[in-house]
Design a protein around this ligand. Structure first.
Ligand SMILES: NC(=O)c1ccc[n+]([C@@H]2O[C@H](COP(=O)([O-])OP(=O)(O)OC[C@H]3O[C@@H](n4cnc5c(N)ncnc54)[C@H](OP(=O)(O)O)[C@@H]3O)[C@@H](O)[C@H]2O)c1
Length: 314
């Protein structure tokens, strides 16, 4: 076991965050998660070495207060859609800068940051360009930084496979934008394992790691697969660029949109790795087929309901 650390985690309440927090706790580290809504992070409270505090991580006073006494910081904050004051600039660029300043002020040397595969100054979407600017802020910090750049991440609480599972159950036909876009989905447990393994590993300082699963799929193949696993296979109608853009434009008006035009721009470039999974972390990336049926297949759903019923005495 590595030396016990006190780790400040931003975005610890989210999908990736819950897995990172669980693995940090299992490794014996003390964890402080800052969340804007403590209620949303209540699933973390059972972890023995966890402190959940309420505050806005974009507030430098809040960051300074909780950085004091920490030995490392992990930033998992990210958004896919802009909404009001939650802009890509604020969340992906300014926040990493504020975290770097808080680390410097508190004497924290170690920082780990979750970016996204395809982030680049010349990327087609504002999401990916802002992620690149966030990487720059971390890399220019003078701290011992490590960056992770995953393709789309899957797992029981994801908003990716679960979205298509929901659509397959609800709709007779799926009209799919970006059907031919290629992805190399990576399991959330593998991403979390890499982050936690890197924490005490000095050799990973100054490195960027692209993280992809073992197989490449088009979006259409993934949606078809989800339909098969959930037992609700649906015809898929791939949308051309104009109809896809129209669909995204309409969805942008919905709360928590399923798709935006910026998302479509991200899909213009394949989200796949051009190198093997990093061997440094001792992780063999899991294929979707080995994991997803565990929560998507009808049998897994009914067994979950059975256990809820048993717990409630019905
Ligand atoms: N999921 C993927 O497929 C995927 C793929 C590539 C890269 N990534 C990157 O991985 C990271 C984690 O993603 P995720 O899927 O775990 O996201 P998530 O489930 O949406 O969680 C995002 C977290 O960020 C915090 N947050 C959101 N907006 C914020 C804001 N305006 N100010 C402060 N905190 C805010 C939330 O905390 P509270 O609401 O509790 O405050 C939440 O804990 C992100 O940087 C994302 O860009 C994800």
């Amino acid at each position: 076991m590595s030396a016990r650390q006190r780790v400040l985690v931003l975005g610890g309440s989210g999908f990736v965050g819950r897995h990172v927090a669980a693995k940090l706790s299992a490794a014996g580290h003390d964890i402080v998660v800052i969340t804007r809504h403590r209620e949303r992070a209540r699933h973390l409270l059972l972890l023995p070495t966890m402190e959940v505090v309420e505050g806005d991580p974009c507030d430098s006073a809040v960051l300074a207060r909780y950085a004091a006494g920490a030995t490392a910081a992990i930033n998992l904050v990210g958004i896919l859609h802009e909404r009001g004051r939650q802009t890509f600039e604020r969340v992906h660029v300014e926040l990493p800068g504020l975290l770097v300043a808080a680390c410097q002020g508190a004497g924290i040397r170690r920082i780990l940051h979750l970016s996204a595969l395809g982030a680049g100054a010349d990327a087609p979407s504002r999401y990916l360009r802002s992620k690149a600017a966030g990487e720059d802020a971390i890399a220019a910090s003078g701290l011992a930084w490590t960056l992770f750049r995953p393709s789309v991440i899957f797992g029981p609480e994801d908003t990716f496979l679960n979205l298509f599972a929901k659509l397959s159950r609800l709709l007779p036909v799926i009209a799919l934008a970006g059907a031919s876009a290629r992805f190399q989905p990576v399991y959330v447990g593998d991403v979390a394992a890499c982050i936690v393994a890197a924490l005490p590993d000095d050799e990973t300082s100054g490195q960027r790691y692209d993280l992809c699963g073992p197989h490449v799929y088009t979006l259409e193949q993934l949606v078809r697969y989800v339909g098969e696993v959930t037992g609700t296979p649906r015809p898929i109608v791939p949308l051309g660029p104009r109809l896809a853009s129209l669909q995204a434009r309409m969805m942008e008006w919905l709360p928590g949109p399923l798709l935006t035009r910026d998302n479509l721009l991200s899909m213009q470039r394949d989200n796949v790795c051009d190198c093997a999974f990093p061997s440094r972390f001792g992780v063999a990336p899991s294929p979707i087929e080995a994991i997803a049926p565990g929560w998507l297949a009808p049998a897994s759903r009914s067994s979950r309901f059975d256990s809820y019923r048993a717990q409630s005495g019905r």
